[in-house]
Write a protein that binds this ligand. Structure first.
Ligand SMILES: Nc1ncnc2c1ncn2[C@@H]1O[C@H](COP(=O)(O)OP(=O)(O)OP(=O)(O)O)[C@@H](O)[C@H]1O
Ligand SMILES: O=c1ccn([C@@H]2O[C@H](COP(=O)(O)O)[C@@H](O)[C@H]2O)c(=O)[nH]1
Length: 233
C-alpha cells in the first residue's frame, strides 16, 4: 500500500466531464473517495487543475502569458473551494502556493509540508508551477518529487493511457504498463512531455486512472491493478 501519494486531479473532477464551475455532488464524491484512503494513514498531496474554470489555451483573445496567469489563479480558486468543503466534511486541509498571498494560503516550505502530513492534513498545492506555458501535470510531477511521494496518481476521465486519445478514437487500445521512454517516444498526449520527463529523471512512478469510477482511488493506493502504470524500466 502506498504511504505517500501525490494525486493530480483534473479540474473537471469538480464540475463533471465537459462542464464548468462546481458540482457539489462531484465534490462530495471526491471527499468520500479521499476519506476511504485517509483512514489507512496515507499522506495525500493534491495538485488540482482548472479546466472547470479556465484553461490558458482556450482564452485565445488574450496574450498567452496573461491567459496562463488566469489559469493558475483558477487552480487557486479550486484549492480554496475544496479546502473549505473538505474541512466542513472533517478533512483537515492546508493550501500551499507561491503565486498568491492570501490569509488562507501558506507559502511552500518543505519542512512544513512534512509537519502537515505528520499532523494528518491533506495538502493542496495550488498555483501550478507558478510559471506560464506549463500545465498542472508538470506541477504535479514537481510536487510529487518535492514531497518524496511513492507515486504520482493522475485521476482523470479516461481509464488509463491508450495508444491514441480514447475520447476521439473508439479503437484506441489501453496499455497496462509503459516505461517513461515509451510514453515520451510515442508522444501519448495524456500528460505533458515535461511531466513525464521530470518523473523519468527522478524515478517517480505514475498511475493514470479513471477518477469517476467509485473505489478506484483506494484500489490504486492498495496497488491493485487499475489504470496504466508508467515505470522507469
Ligand atoms: N494517449 C492517450 N491516452 C489517454 N488519454 C488521452 C490520450 N491522449 C489524449 N488523451 C486525453 O487526455 C485527457 C486528459 O485530461 P486531463 O485529466 O489532463 O484533463 P485536462 O483537461 O488537462 O485537465 P483540466 O480539466 O484540469 O484542464 C483525457 O480526457 C483524454 O481524452
Ligand atoms: O504551471 C502552470 C499550471 C497551469 N497553468 C495555467 O493554468 C491552466 C489550468 O491548468 P490545467 O493543467 O490546464 O488544468 C492551464 O491551462 C494554464 O493556462 C500555467 O500557466 N502554469
Amino acid at each position: 500500500m502506498y504511504k505517500r501519494v501525490l494525486l493530480k486531479l483534473s479540474g473537471e473532477v469538480l464540475s463533471g466531464e465537459g462542464e464548468k464551475g462546481f458540482n457539489i455532488d462531484k465534490i462530495i464524491y471526491l471527499i468520500d473517495e479521499l476519506k476511504s484512503v485517509l483512514e489507512y494513514g496515507t499522506n495525500i498531496g493534491i495538485v488540482i487543475g482548472a479546466g472547470n474554470l479556465f484553461r490558458g489555451r482556450e482564452m485565445k483573445e488574450l496574450s498567452p502569458t496573461i491567459a496562463d496567469q488566469i489559469g493558475m489563479l483558477g487552480t487557486v480558486i479550486n484549492a480554496l473551494y475544496l479546502k473549505d468543503l473538505f474541512e466542513k466534511h472533517g478533512l483537515r486541509t492546508v493550501v500551499v502556493s507561491q503565486v498568491t498571498s492570501l490569509p488562507s494560503i501558506r507559502p511552500i516550505h518543505y519542512d512544513d509540508i512534512n509537519l502537515y502530513f505528520d499532523a494528518g492534513y491533506l495538502v493542496i498545492f495550488a498555483g501550478g508551477t507558478s510559471n506560464p506555458f506549463f500545465t498542472t501535470d508538470t506541477a504535479a510531477a514537481l510536487r510529487a518529487v518535492e514531497m518524496k511521494a511513492d507515486i504520482l496518481i493522475k485521476g482523470t476521465k479516461v481509464s488509463g493511457i491508450f495508444d491514441k486519445d480514447p475520447k476521439k478514437y473508439e479503437d484506441a487500445i489501453k496499455f497496462d504498463k509503459l516505461t517513461f521512454d515509451e510514453a515520451i517516444e510515442k508522444e501519448l498526449k495524456i500528460m505533458d512531455t515535461e511531466a513525464f520527463s521530470i518523473c523519468r529523471r527522478y524515478n517517480m512512478k505514475i498511475l493514470v486512472m479513471d477518477f469517476f469510477k467509485k473505489g478506484n482511488l483506494l484500489r490504486a493506493i492498495r496497488e491493485e491493478n487499475v489504470g496504466t502504470l508508467v515505470v522507469p524500466k
